[in-house]
Design a protein around this ligand. Structure first.
Ligand code: NPG
Length: 378
């Protein structure tokens, strides 16, 4: 028996659907790399003889957060990843990455496919994502990410609203020209006890070190990805020049990247986004590497629908996720989600306990927002 087939009774993927949906955001979301107004999402459905499973691709419409974008993800899935998986026969979820490895890069596309296979497998076996990944909490505290605004008063209104809703942590998006003053204003208005952090999405260079040190007096939990994605050494240099702990996001594509960044002293905290790192199984490995080094992790977000959110909440319940994540309620982004919405309860979301993701698209709602769909078969 081949290594891949060692799952024994592993059902074979028979058909795989690529489906595009379009969801309007409740409000524009501005970051240092652009403004999102709608979410153009690629969903993958894997159908086996035993069950069907869903995966959400987090690639944005444009290659602005990273080099991946949704049309490219659909293309590489259609031409390379799905044919490779269908040709491989019965493949357990833990072996999907190995089957897809000959294709370089495209981690967000690979993550979505692996998630759909894992969901189908877990649904067939009646096991939840949380149990499979090693969740140790029944619910997780949630943070919220607040976009760049036109004015400080507008920002203070938004932050006040989120605190009233019960969010346990506030993350402010920053860029040159929108950093020290908004942070100062939020601290002055809401006090020192609010858990506060900032996210630059690569908007600075090492030459900004003295400016970034002006954030030090505000006792931020962390500054996320101040420098370029490929500037790990620059982050290590910056760490010697500022007191605020550095957290890496875009720079970390794998557990190996995380180990290297930690060894270099480039970060004291890691943002884990399953899409960015090729899937939930690699995300768990990053959790394990960081835990072994005493490095806290938290779960990032890519404006997921309920499908991706369900899996993120399960991941965020692992023991090393000691900081609140960007696992906000569905209503933070969508007036109507494609699944039952995730609703905040005392600043927390419940970890789904049903088989697989524990949630599924509501068929009518899914049909309403679908812009294209195609089936691929072996
Ligand atoms: O809560 O899902 C969420 C979004 C959290 O700020 C968030 N994500 O760089 O981390 C990020 C950022 C982002 C990603 C913003 C993609 C826009 C698109």
């Amino acid at each position: 028996m081949s290594e891949l087939a060692s799952g024994g009774s592993t059902p074979r993927p028979r058909r795989i659907e690529l489906r595009r949906i379009r969801l309007p955001l409740v409000a524009p979301f501005r970051t240092s790399f652009g403004t999102q107004r709608t979410r153009d999402v690629l969903l993958i459905r894997v159908v086996t003889d035993a069950a069907e499973g869903w995966g959400e691709c987090v690639a944005l419409a444009d290659p602005s957060y990273s080099s991946e974008y949704v049309d490219a993800a659909a293309d590489v899935l259609r031409r390379h990843l799905v044919p490779a998986l269908l040709a491989a026969g019965p493949v357990p979820a833990h072996a999907v990455a190995h089957v897809l490895a000959p294709v370089k890069g495209h981690r967000m596309a690979k993550a979505a496919l692996e998630t759909a296979v894992l969901d189908a497998e877990l649904r067939a076996e009646g096991r939840s994502f949380g149990r499979e990944l090693g969740a140790v909490h029944r619910r997780v505290p949630c943070g919220v990410s607040v976009g760049i605004m036109d004015s400080v008063p507008e920002l203070l209104d938004a932050v006040g609203g989120f605190l009233d809703e019960g969010y346990a942590r506030i993350k402010l998006k920053i860029e040159p020209g929108w950093d020290v003053e908004p942070v100062r204003a939020v601290r002055e208005r809401f006090g020192d006890e609010v858990l506060l952090q900032v996210d630059a999405n690569t908007a600075y260079t090492l030459a900004d070190a003295r400016h970034l040190a002006r954030l030090d007096p505000f006792d931020l939990l962390l500054v996320e990805q101040p420098l370029a994605e490929d500037d790990v050494l620059g982050h290590a240099d910056l760490a010697a020049l500022i007191r605020t702990p550095i957290c890496l996001d875009e720079s970390i594509g794998s557990a190996r990247d995380a180990a290297a960044a930690i060894r270099l002293g480039a970060c004291r905290i890691v943002n884990v986004k399953p899409g960015r790192v090729g899937g939930y199984l690699e995300a768990r490995r990053i959790h394990d590497v960081c835990a072994a080094h005493g490095v806290p992790v938290w779960c990032g977000g890519m404006l997921e629908t309920g499908l991706g959110r369900a899996a993120n909440v399960a991941l965020a319940a692992l023991p090393g996720f000691t900081l609140p994540g960007d696992t906000s309620a569905s209503g933070r982004y969508y007036a109507a989600d494609i699944t039952e919405p995730f609703v905040l309860d005392d600043g927390h979301l419940d970890v789904p306990t049903g088989p697989g993701l524990g949630v599924a698209p509501v068929p009518d709602r899914l049909a309403e927002v679908t812009t294209a769909a195609e089936w691929l078969a072996g």
